[in-house]
Design a protein. Structure first.
Length: 76
């Protein structure tokens, strides 16, 4: 195994997406999720973060967040 570095991410949806792609979570720092990434994989890690923004997973997360914001309401 080569050298590794820690990469932080504040977005839970993106964090879950990266976990699904095999990235190892090593902890949490405040609101940030901390991943362990080999030096040779840093570019791919960053590319995956951007890929998430264009994915159906991101759309799903956005819909979840919208639903969480709906208060108790029933149309009359």
């Amino acid at each position: 195994m080569g050298d590794v570095q820690q990469r932080e991410l504040n977005d839970l949806g993106a964090g879950a997406y990266l976990m699904m792609h095999g990235y190892k979570v090593i902890g949490r720092k405040g609101k940030a999720i901390v991943f362990e990434v080999e030096d040779s994989g840093v570019k791919e890690f960053e590319d995956r973060k951007m890929e998430y923004l264009r994915s159906e997973f991101h759309r799903f997360d956005a819909c979840l967040m919208s639903l969480k914001k709906i208060g108790e309401y029933m149309p009359s």
